[in-house]
Design a protein around this ligand. Structure first.
Ligand code: NDP
Ligand code: 2IT
Length: 447
């Protein structure tokens, strides 16, 4: 069978075996489209059916999460953990609490994660989990009870050498605290390395909170350096106002860029003088309010309810909220407005059409797998500190993160060149990540 036909057949099988899971299909398609030249160079991977194997999660866990709210009303949510691939190390990846969560979202995230984790060069496999729970407007007590109910089922699948979750959308330091407390209580073990993103006083790592955003900006800095550019004086737009967005904005500002807009799912803030990050942190990290309130607190900022952040002209766009938040139309507008670089802080935020437009236009495009790998890489640094009962300084940990991102950039850049797609970091990241996982899988035999 000709190669292209073979890959298409594999893709159609994945679709048929995982009906209705659109996001998972999209993530698989994007990777498979890059793998043709790999099968030409390494026919062994086709003979051993490594692509089919890598598309099938090793284990998928779905469980009931019952809990009671503050008025004693009963709620029943659905929890997930997809343990995708352990060829490189224990399953590793975040937990997402958002009402949109279903198996297809967790699978797409787990699939992306396994290649991303391989790219970091750290010994971590790929997994992802979460629940269709909506934390918005919930009290602290409700969040705690939900986390405890979630963990009483999930704990049996976890372990520092087995599966190590962290945060993602809707899961930050507070939730990791409640999850860790419940795990410790059930197992009667102070097993620090079982979760990452922990608080600094009880096994967390400095820089983990900042790592995804900082890392994405380091990746962007490297892409611009190849083109003899810097961030100094560049106008930037960062979607979202959660963990990734906040620390993306922080590092962009530190490197001399001007960030003029951010958002949440209700609307967009435009502040031409530059986003006041201290205010965003207060509203989002402490008071858990909506970004609309930024508009009422800053007279020279503009709030656009239901607005589209990609309408705002910029040199650099960093989608940092959620999947498929930037479509072909948005990409066309960004390009028309003079955008020269896009780095994905979120997982799969650009639709396939948007990615194609960016690549065709020849601008610098950093796919999430590579650009947002700093978060999970620093999770692996946290595991390293836990294993050695050590804690490193901010400066040292940040240097390690910078070094990892610089190496991921170099590896994806060089791999793209080697496989005849110079400048295409999508191809570079997919092939470099796949090769590491595939080689380990072949070495382990048919398991
Ligand atoms: P947070 O929960 O801290 O923030 C998410 C932000 O995105 C919020 O501003 C939220 O707005 C917005 N958002 C989330 N879901 C949607 C949606 N369905 N529609 C519109 N807006 C939405 O999450 P993170 O910052 O941690 O995660 C953001 C992205 O980065 C995700 O794609 C995540 O998978 C990815 N990522 C996260 C890493 C990490 O270490 N945390 C590492 C690598 C990638 P609102 O409050 O209105 O919902
Ligand atoms: O998408 C991601 O890489 C994360 N949410 C972070 C995962 C982790 O284990 O730190």
């Amino acid at each position: 069978m000709p190669l292209e036909e073979k890959i298409e057949t594999i893709y159609q099988q994945v679709r048929a075996r995982n009906p209705g899971e659109d996001e998972f299909h999209q993530a698989v398609k994007e990777v498979l489209e890059s793998l043709g030249p790999v099968l030409v160079k390494y026919p062994e991977f086709a003979e051993k059916r490594v692509i089919e194997l890598v598309c099938e999660p090793e284990r998928q866990i779905i469980f009931r999460v019952p809990w009671q709210d503050d008025r004693n009303e009963i709620h029943i949510n659905r929890g997930f953990r997809v343990e995708f691939n352990s060829a490189m190390g224990p399953y590793k990846g975040g937990l997402r609490f958002h009402p949109s969560v279903y198996l297809g979202i967790i699978k797409f995230l787990g699939f992306e994660q396994l290649f991303k984790n391989a790219l970091t060069g750290m010994p971590i496999g790929g997994g992802k989990g979460g629940a269709d729970f909506d934390p918005k407007g919930r009290s602290d007590g409700e969040i705690m009870r939900f986390c405890q109910s979630f963990m009483i089922e999930l704990y049996r699948h976890l372990g520092e050498h087995t599966d190590v979750p962290a945060g993602d959308v809707g899961v930050g330091g507070r939730e990791i605290g409640y999850l860790f407390g419940q795990y410790k209580r059930i197992t009667n073990r102070y097993e620090s390395g079982v979760l990452t993103g922990k608080g600094l006083g009880w096994g967390g790592s400095l820089v983990r909170k900042e790592a995804t955003g900082y890392g994405a900006v380091y990746f962007l800095r490297e892409m611009l350096a190849v083109r003899k550019g810097t961030l100094e004086g560049k106008t930037c737009v960062v979607s979202g106002s959660g963990n990734v967005a906040i620390y993306t904005i922080e590092k962009l500002q530190q490197l001399g860029a001007r960030v003029v807009a951010c958002s949440d799912s209700d609307g967009v803030i435009v502040h031409e003088k530059g986003i006041d990050l201290a205010l965003v942190k207060r509203l989002k990290e402490i008071e858990r309010r909506r970004i609309a309130d930024y508009g009422s607190l800053h007279r020279d900022a503009r709030y656009i309810a239901g607005g589209n952040i990609w309408d705002i002209p910029c040199h650099v766009a960093m989608p940092s909220a959620t999947q498929n938040e930037l479509n072909g139309k948005d990409a066309g507008r960004l390009l028309a407005n003079g955008c020269i670089a896009v780095a994905e802080g979120a997982n799969m935020p650009c639709t396939p059409e948007a990615v194609r437009l960016f690549l065709d236009a020849g601008i610098a495009f950093g796919p999430g797998k590579a650009a947002n790998a700093g978060g999970v890489a620093t999770s692996a640094l946290e595991m390293q500190q836990n294993a050695s009962r050590d804690s490193w300084t901010f400066e040292y940990t940040e240097r390690r993160l910078d070094d990892i991102m610089t190496r991921i950039h170099a590896a994806t850049f060089e791999t793209a060149e080697e496989f005849g797609a110079a400048g295409n970091y999508v191809v570079g990241a997919n092939i470099a990540g796949f090769l590491k996982v595939a080689r380990a899988m072949v070495a382990h035999g048919l398991v």
